[in-house]
Design a protein around this ligand. Sequence first.
Ligand SMILES: Cc1cc2nc3c(=O)[nH]c(=O)nc-3n(C[C@H](O)[C@H](O)[C@H](O)COP(=O)(O)O)c2cc1C
Length: 368
Amino acid sequence: MTPGATGTDMRVRVGGLDLANPVMPASGTFAEGLDRVVDLSRLGAIVTKTITRELREGNALPRVAEVRGGMLNAIGIPSKGVAHFLGTTLPLYRAWGVPLVVSISAPTAEGFASLAAEIGVAGVAAIEANISCPNIEEDGRAFAMRAGSTEAVVRRLRAATHLPLWVKLSPNTGEIAEVAQAAEAAGADALVVANTMLAMSIDLATFRPSLGNVMGGLSGPALKPIVLRQVYQCARAVRVAVIGCGGIASAADAAEYMLAGAAAVQVGTATFLDPHAMTGVIDGLDSFCAAHRIARVAELTGALRPAGGSHPATPAPRPADAPQPPAPESPTPESLTPESLTPESLTPEFPAPEFPAMKPPALEPNPA
Ligand SMILES: Cc1cc2nc3c(=O)[nH]c(=O)nc-3n(C[C@H](O)[C@H](O)[C@H](O)COP(=O)(O)O)c2cc1C
């Protein structure tokens, strides 16, 4: 058993892997160097930045822009190529002793398949196929936009590797449940829901797009309610594990995703604001489970109750005739009552980092 500080069993089984806990980085938001500030051995898994076969330069500058509730990026998957990954990055990452999930991308199904075969080496625990990157193809189109193209690429991938195959979906589709089912039917072991949402912003000082690529991917808190809904839809449509990813910055966010059906979560943009965001989510989930008398974090997955009721979840057992103590300033697990156990009373214990760009910017008065 892998107990958290409060004794919660934090283990989860996700897409063919046994993880010590359900928290891992989102691809592209984690890099070596983070190990100088964060104890990476505490993570459930490590997911690499997406790699491609060839060297790639990436998109025109600027590649990132802050927006209210998150950020835009149009990095364009700059990559040092597979040879550099196998020779330099992999030995480094292997040393952290955490299951390593390698994210890959290619412009064609054939390219995906040959890259998957090539990276199936010792030390790689699973492949995450990024079939959803909105920047790579014209107008942001990606395999994950439609069920047919998803099924075709995942079938090729499945035939090319024996490693657990995770498939990262796109939020930019109107048929996320059908795409999820197509990926599952073609052999995916888990689905990561989701990548960034195609978006843009305009710099009012220059009247130009904020990003050199004009459009980019929205990430951060603004994404959460949308992707949470998609996780809910996917988890109801498939039997394989769903990994939630979109705007997770706190244990409360992660708990919502797990209740909606996610077996694990990925933390992305939040790490840029607080390098300890992932370990904060692990510790917070542990405390959240303790507060709800939940022995195993995996019990959260899909534990969403039907809409409509107002009764709080999992009231602490109390003898009916016991005198009620005065409500403390900040509830502890022992002092929680059905009345005190509301989302509002729990959330302050699992705070999210401040997103400065969440405040509406003041518009400069027009001098003319
Ligand atoms: C700067 C940046 C780079 C990213 N690079 C990748 C990538 O290489 N591959 C990928 O699958 N997703 C990439 N993503 C998307 C994230 O993995 C994640 O799906 C998305 O940001 C939503 O999660 P978040 O709101 O927690 O950031 C990137 C996101 C950001 C912000």
